[in-house]
Design a protein around this ligand. Structure first.
Ligand code: GLC
Length: 562
């Protein structure tokens, strides 16, 4: 994209390309702010924090599901796609929130969960009541079981959250669920299912929503043979577009239809795919005929390591170029261990030590006492500033701007994630990054609400409160605000050029307008020489002209900031 086009993007409110280099802030509504004092965050809670979001300087918010739900999977089990959970507010509250965010120049992206509904959805209840062979069952994936009396599951498949992927209903048929039992998969061969999602996309687009995040976008279509493969056989089938369950080419027929819907609005509605697929399959989702953008999760699995970061950036910029989309960058979201924590867990030196991707190690029950919080925090802000300097859009997850760590120590009786229950506690699950935010250093639930928090907040949350950090110029929040503020005038075309640093653990790149980003992944300081005078932001204070270890600096030659 040229600088001229970009300028137009920033200035014109109705430009189609606003998403290409946006900083998008993910809100997990039930854990953001609780206005009605029931322990669950809600839409009026978000409305009450619009100033906070505007001061943060983000371009858009992405809201994880806020729809009616039994919360078998934190809201990703949707009982009604065109409504707001009464515990979270009303459609009028939603409209008021959108209006307030738009008034502050913040766009709104909502989460669409098309692979499965909740088992409480009217369709599924109807399917249960209507019985075998009914049209209502055709909206889902029902089959007879194996064995003489059909009491064996149709296949031995394991669900993504652990446990069996087929569940038997009272009349003896079985249904398929990729995720929890309470999340029956929809049958995307059914035209009624297709038509209903188009209706949902229009419903939210008509209410002013600017874009959609598509949950497990690579799983919707399936091809079930008469005799299902075993789990072991399934594992051997290549994921090349014809796998029976995952990343099938025909899923893009759905998105081509959605694209027509998106493009019928002005500006066109955007979409970003959550597609955990091989790198060479990503451009299909990111193409302008399909969803238009796809998450790149490579950095979630990377160490804080210069060569690894450089390889990932180079590969993903090339991939984005093949689809004509822009790249996305993510360090944290509601499904993974917060990056400040991942980076504070020692990298494995041998097989007995914590694994290199500290996140999984912690989820598997690793002992959080090995965590070096300060190291994690230093590396996290260095990595975030590196990301915010890259071409493309960056997705930030609520709480990371406060430097929050994962809450690993949650008592079993307070856990909510189905992963915990379906693995018999073997995996502790994702609750640790979903603990309600601390808004104040004291008070009930650290200012989250007046009736406690739905997941227990640890005492150390007091050190990360938004109020305290807002008035502390050296806080993580102040750093994020300054970075996001500077990012607008510094933003430029969607390319970068690597500059050799002479050190394997220091990365440096320049954007087309001369904006430079230097990240020191190592421990030893890196001398910036005369460029130190042009440093406009750094995650740690310079030592003379040197960038300390585990830090990032932004360099903006005179004139760039006007
Ligand atoms: C996605 C969501 C995750 C959810 C799953 C099933 O991966 O990000 O939170 O559990 O889909 O909907």
């Amino acid at each position: 994209m040229t600088d001229a086009l970009l300028l137009e993007t920033r200035e014109g409110d109705k430009t189609a390309a606003w998403w290409r280099q946006a900083a998008v802030y993910q809100i997990y509504p039930r854990s953001f702010a609780d206005a009605n004092g029931d322990g669950l965050g809600d839409i009026p809670g978000i409305l009450s924090r619009v100033d906070y979001l505007a001061d943060l300087g983000i371009d858009a918010v992405w809201l994880s599901p806020f729809y009616p739900s039994e919360l078998a999977d934190g809201g990703y089990d949707v009982a009604d796609y065109r409504n707001v959970d009464p515990r979270l507010g009303t459609l009028e509250d939603f409209d008021a929130m959108v209006e307030a965010l738009h008034a502050r120049g913040i766009r709104v992206v909502v989460d669409i969960v098309p692979n499965h509904t909740s088992d409480q959805h009217a369709w599924f209840q109807e399917a249960l009541a209507a019985g075998r062979g009914s049209a209502a069952r055709e909206r889902y994936i029902f089959r007879e079981g194996e064995g003489p009396d059909g009491s064996e599951p149709p296949a031995d498949w394991v669900s993504t959250f652990g446990g069996p992927a087929w569940h038997r209903v009272a009349d003896g048929q079985w249904y398929f669920h990729h995720f929890a039992t309470e999340q029956p998969d929809l049958n995307w061969d059914n035209p009624e299912v297709r038509a209903d999602f188009v209706k949902t996309l229009r419903f939210w687009s008509d209410r002013g929503v600017d874009g959609f995040r598509i949950d497990v976008a690579h799983m919707l279509t399936k091809d079930f043979a008469e005799k299902l493969p075993t789990s072991a056989e399934l594992d051997l089938i290549p994921k090349d577009g014809n796998h029976p369950l995952i990343d099938r080419d025909d899923v893009h027929e759905i998105y081509a239809e959605w694209r027509q819907v998106f493009n019928s609005y002005d500006p066109p509605r955007t979409a970003v795919a959550e597609a955990w697929v091989a790198a060479d399959r990503v451009p299909k989702y990111a193409s302008p005929e399909s969803l238009g953008q796809s998450f790149n999760f490579d950095l979630l699995e990377a160490d804080f390591d210069a060569p690894e970061f450089r390889r990932i950036v180079t590969e993903n910029l090339a991939l984005a170029a093949t689809s004509g989309s822009s790249s996305t960058w993510v360090l944290s979201n509601h499904d993974v261990v917060r990056h400040a924590t991942r980076y504070g867990i020692p990298v494995a030196q041998d097989s007995d030590a914590p694994t290199r991707h500290g996140g999984q190690w912690l989820l598997d029950g690793g002992d959080e006492s090995v965590l070096d919080r300060e190291k994690g925090a230093r590396r996290a802000t260095a990595a975030t500033l590196f990301l915010l300097g890259l071409p493309g859009s960056t997705y930030l997850y609520q709480g990371e701007e406060l430097g929050l760590h994962e809450v690993a120590a949650i008592p079993a009786e307070d856990r909510q994630d189905p992963t915990f229950f379906r693995t018999g506690g073997e995996e502790i699950g994702r609750d640790g990054c979903r603990v309600p935010l601390p808004w104040s250093a004291d008070g009930d639930s650290f200012g989250f609400g007046s009736a406690g928090a739905h997941l227990p907040q640890p005492a150390w949350f007091a050190d990360y409160s938004a109020d305290a950090e807002a008035s502390d110029p050296s806080s993580t929040l102040s750093l994020y605000r300054e970075a996001l503020r500077l990012r607008h005038p510094l933003q430029t075309g969607e390319t970068l050029e690597w500059i050799e640093t002479g050190r394997a653990d220091v990365l440096r790149f320049a954007r087309p307008n001369g904006w430079q980003v230097v990240t020191n992944f190592g421990a030893e300081a890196f001398d910036l020489g005369a460029d130190a005078a042009d440093v406009v932001l750094s995650s740690r204070a310079l030592e003379g002209s040197a960038l300390p270890g585990e830090a990032t600096a932004w360099i903006a030659p005179a004139g760039l900031l006007g």
